[in-house]
Ligand binder design. Structure first.
Ligand code: 3PG
Length: 216
């Protein structure tokens, strides 16, 4: 009997509040609030801030203080230490590109839930064993795309995925049409060049256009 140690209802509430989760890398925390505000203005109220930059944790803290309407997910979390740092910085959800036993244990029954990354049937079986039924499917395009997600439906009908890695404004809707896809994630909403130019208006526009395409 499968036992929910992920807090699936809470994860579902985060992962269905927007069909798209922008995956961002923030180089300067001074731009964090403006970037998050631009996404909010474009209609997106969840952001995955990846721990790929030095500014990530400060950025989470600043957004948590200034924009209570924005749900903050920490991304590229690789170990329990980074998991804890993300919680301390104000993350409400923790996302990892893959799984380790330590990370899965840290996430079990944690008030700040984990969305673990998988790319194979064996990894889905591993997360199920640890009480998880919601996961990131990464790298989505390289790991089999629509065909793989469709194939995973058979043995794992209770599992839902957030594909990321190679999702674009053009293909997002096709992923969202799959019944085991709850949302998609991607970096296309926050191009580095636009962040460097502080072009928040254009970032809002990409968010609006992407939502419109996905909701058509
Ligand atoms: C992630 O961490 O989810 C991915 O790096 C995002 O992939 P993308 O840049 O192809 O959207």
């Amino acid at each position: 009997m499968w036992n929910d140690r992920q807090n699936v209802p809470l994860v579902d509430s985060f992962c269905t509040q927007s069909p798209i989760i922008p995956v961002v890398a923030i180089e300067s925390s001074s731009q964090a609030v403006a970037l998050a505000q631009a996404l909010l203005d474009g209609g997106i109220n969840i952001i995955e801030i990846t721990l790929r930059t030095e500014a990530a944790l400060d950025s989470m803290q600043l957004i948590a203080q200034s924009l209570p309407d924005m749900t903050i997910a920490a991304g590229t979390v690789l170990n329990p230490h980074q998991y804890q740092q993300s919680i301390d910085a104000g993350a409400q959800l923790v996302i990892s590109p893959g799984i380790t036993t330590d990370l899965l244990i840290k996430g079990e029954n944690n008030a700040v839930p984990l969305l673990p990354g998988v790319s194979s049937a064996s990894e889905v079986m591993t997360i199920l064993d640890h009480g998880y039924a919601r996961c990131k499917f990464f790298p989505a395009q390289a790991a089999g795309s629509f065909a793989m997600l469709n194939a995973l439906k058979g043995p794992f009908e209770q599992v839902k995925f957030c594909p990321t890695g190679g999702i674009t404004q053009e293909n997002a809707k096709q992923f969202l049409a799959l019944s085991n896809v709850m949302c998609v994630g991607g970096s296309w909403l926050s191009p580095k060049a636009l962040i460097n130019q502080n072009d928040w208006q254009q970032i809002s526009q990409i968010a609006k256009d992407s939502l419109e395409i996905c909701q058509q």
